[in-house]
Design a protein around this ligand. Structure first.
Ligand code: NAP
Length: 480
C-alpha cells in the first residue's frame, strides 16, 4: 500500500521570495522525503488583484487542508490594503509562537565567531502593539493600544519551556519592560515567574529588555532561550540574527495548535530580487524546522548538515563577509543538494524532539475576580487651555457630581496639581476623576452624566474606567 504524501502549502511570496523558496523546495525534494507541495498566492500580487487582506480565499482553503506552510517573504505594498499580509496570516491561524533560532555557522565570519552562540527567541506572535489598534486621538496625537492577555502570556511561556525541553536546552530568560509597563509587560513577567517552577530542570530568569539587548551585544553566550512580547521579540530577533551573520541566516517557525508557518526572518529584499543573488540559507533552515515538526527528523538533519558542510567548504553568498566571488542562489542550492548525506566536521546533528504544544483552551478565556469595584474615570480631552485653566473649568462644571477632579496629565506627566516640572504641552489631556466617597451603587449612569456635563463644554475623545479587581488598582498611577 502506498501512503498518501504529506501536503504542504507553499507561498513563494514577493521579491527574493520565489528564488529562496524554490531553492528550499529543490533541496527538500532531493532528500527523498515524502511530501507534496501546493503552491498558492499571497502578498503583493494578491493585493494588486484587489484581495484586501493579501491572502486569497484559495490560499486560506489550502492552509486549512494542509495545516503546514512554507512561505517566502510578503511585502506590504504601500497604497494597497491597510494591514500586513504576514500579520493577517499569523492572526488568522493563531500561530501564537514565533520561534527564531540563531547559531554560529561555520565559515560565517562575525564579531562573535568562536563563541559558539546558539540562541532562540520565542516571541509572542499575535498580541501587543503588533495588533495595530491605532487612533489619531487629536490631529496631532496618535495612540496605539498595547493589549496583552493572561491567556497570551500563559501560552507563550508554556511554549518557551516546551521548546526548551524538546531541544534539551538548559535556561529560559523572560525579557520584558515590566519596570515601566507594569501591567502589560508585567503580566508576562508574573506569568513567567508563576509557571517557571513547574520546569525545575530548566533554569529561569527574568531580565529587563534593555539590559537584555545590552547583554546580547556584550556576552551573548549566556543566553539559551529568550521568551518575550511581540514587539520586543521582533527587534531582539533581528539583533540576534546580526550576531550570527545576518538576516540571510535566520530561520523561523510560527507555531499554533492548528497551523504552523515556516519562513525566513528576512523580508522581500527588493534591491536584490530577481538577480539570483539572495542567500537561501534562512529559508532552507526554516524548511528543516518544518521537516522536523512534521516528523521528518532524518530529512531535517540531512538538510541542516548539508548546509553546514556547504558553508564549511568555503562557499559564500554575496551577503557574507569575504565573498570575493560569491555563489549565486542556484549554485549554493546545487552545492547543498550535492552535500546531502555528508556530516559537518564541527557540528553534529542534535537530539531534537517534536515541540509538544500545550493543548488549546477552548471558548472564551476568563480570569475571574472575586470582587471588582469602579473607583473613577479618566476622560481624555482635546484642549488648547492651560492646565490650571482646564482644571478650574472642570471643577466649576462638576461641583455636585459624585466625582471630583484628582489630576490632569499631559503625555503621561502630571500637570495638575502643578508638579513644578517643565512639561512641553500638547492639546491632549488625561483628566482623572475619582469618587468623592466610596459608594457601592456607583455605576454607568453617574459616568454618563459626568461625560455629558464635561462634553457640553470640552471635546473629549476617549474614556477609561478606573477599576479595582480583588482590591488591587487595575490602572497605572501617573508619573510625576
Ligand atoms: P529585508 O527585505 O529583510 O531586506 C533588508 C536587506 O537585508 C536587503 O536589502 C539585503 O541587503 C539584506 N537581505 C535580506 N535578506 C537577504 C538574503 N536572503 N540574502 C541576501 N541579503 C539579504 O527588509 P526590508 O527591506 O525592510 O523589507 C522589504 C519588504 O519585506 C517590506 O515590504 C517588508 O514589509 C517586507 N518584510 C516581510 C517579512 C515577512 O514576510 N516575514 C519580514 C520582514 C519584512 P543588501 O542591501 O545588503 O543587499
Amino acid at each position: 500500500m502506498t501512503l498518501a504524501k504529506r501536503k504542504i502549502t507553499v507561498l513563494p511570496g514577493d521579491g527574493i521570495g520565489p528564488e529562496v523558496v524554490e531553492s528550499a523546495l529543490e533541496i527538500i525534494k532531493a532528500t527523498g522525503t515524502s511530501v507534496e507541495f501546493e503552491k498558492c498566492e499571497a502578498g503583493a500580487r494578491a493585493f494588486q488583484k484587489g484581495v484586501v487582506t493579501g491572502i486569497p480565499k484559495e490560499t486560506i482553503e489550502s492552509i486549512e487542508r494542509t495545516r503546514v506552510v512554507l512561505k517566502g517573504p510578503l511585502e506590504t505594498p504601500i497604497g494597497y490594503g491597510s494591514r500586513s499580509a504576514n500579520v493577517t496570516l499569523r492572526t488568522l491561524f493563531e500561530t501564537y509562537g514565533n520561534i527564531r533560532p540563531v547559531r554560529e555557522l561555520p565559515g560565517v565570519q562575525t564579531a562573535f565567531t568562536g563563541r559558539k552562540l546558539d540562541i532562540v527567541i520565542v516571541r509572542e506572535n499575535i498580541e501587543d502593539l503588533y495588533a495595530g489598534i491605532e487612533y489619531m486621538q487629536t490631529p496631532g496625537v496618535a495612540e496605539s493600544l498595547k493589549l496583552i492577555s493572561r491567556e497570551g502570556c500563559e501560552k507563550i511561556v508554556k511554549l518557551a519551556f516546551a521548546f526548551a525541553i524538546a531541544e534539551g536546552r538548559k535556561r529560559v530568560h523572560c525579557a520584558t519592560k515590566a519596570n515601566i509597563m507594569k501591567l502589560t509587560e508585567g503580566l508576562l513577567q508574573h506569568t513567567f515567574e508563576e509557571f517557571a517552577p513547574r520546569y525545575p530542570a530548566i533554569e529561569s530568569r527574568h531580565i529587563l529588555i534593555d539590559n537584555c539587548a545590552h547583554q546580547l551585544a556584550m556576552r551573548p553566550e549566556q543566553f539559551d532561550v529568550i521568551v518575550t512580547t511581540n514587539m520586543n521579540g521582533d527587534i531582539l530577533s533581528d539583533l540576534t540574527s546580526g550576531l550570527t551573520g545576518g538576516l540571510g541566516f535566520a530561520p523561523s517557525a510560527n507555531l499554533g495548535n492548528d497551523v504552523s508557518i515556516y519562513e525566513a526572518v528576512h523580508g522581500s529584499a527588493p534591491d536584490i530580487a530577481g538577480k539570483n543573488k539572495a542567500n537561501p540559507t534562512a529559508l532552507i533552515l526554516s524548511a528543516a524546522m518544518m521537516l522536523r515538526q512534521i516528523g521528518e527528523g532524518k530529512a531535517a538533519n540531512d538538510v541542516e548538515q548539508a548546509v553546514l558542510v556547504t558553508l564549511e567548504s568555503g562557499m559564500r553568498t554575496s551577503d557574507m563577509m569575504g565573498a570575493d566571488k560569491p555563489a549565486t542562489t542556484t549554485e549554493f542550492t546545487q552545492a547543498v543538494i550535492a552535500n546531502l548525506g555528508k556530516r559537518s566536521k564541527v557540528s553534529q546533528p542534535k537530539e531534537y524532539k517534536k515541540v509538544e504544544l500545550p493543548p488549546p483552551q477552548l471558548g472564551v478565556n476568563v480570569v475571574p475576580a472575586k470582587s471588582r469595584r469602579l473607583t473613577g474615570l479618566d476622560i481624555y480631552i482635546e484642549s488648547d487651555l492651560d492646565p490650571a485653566k482646564l482644571a478650574e473649568d472642570l471643577e466649576k462644571l462638576t461641583p455636585s457630581s459624585p466625582f471630583k477632579l484628582q489630576m490632569i496629565t499631559n503625555r503621561g506627566a502630571m500637570v495638575f496639581p502643578a508638579s513644578g516640572r517643565r512639561v512641553s504641552l500638547v492639546d491632549h489631556f488625561r483628566c482623572r476623576f475619582v469618587l468623592r466617597e466610596t459608594r457601592a451603587n456607583f455605576g454607568d449612569s453617574e459616568i454618563l452624566s459626568l461625560l455629558g456635563t464635561v462634553g457640553a463644554q470640552h471635546r473629549w475623545m476617549h474614556i477609561e474606567k478606573l477599576q479595582e479587581f480583588d482590591g488591587e488598582p487595575a490602572f497605572s498611577r501617573s508619573q510625576v
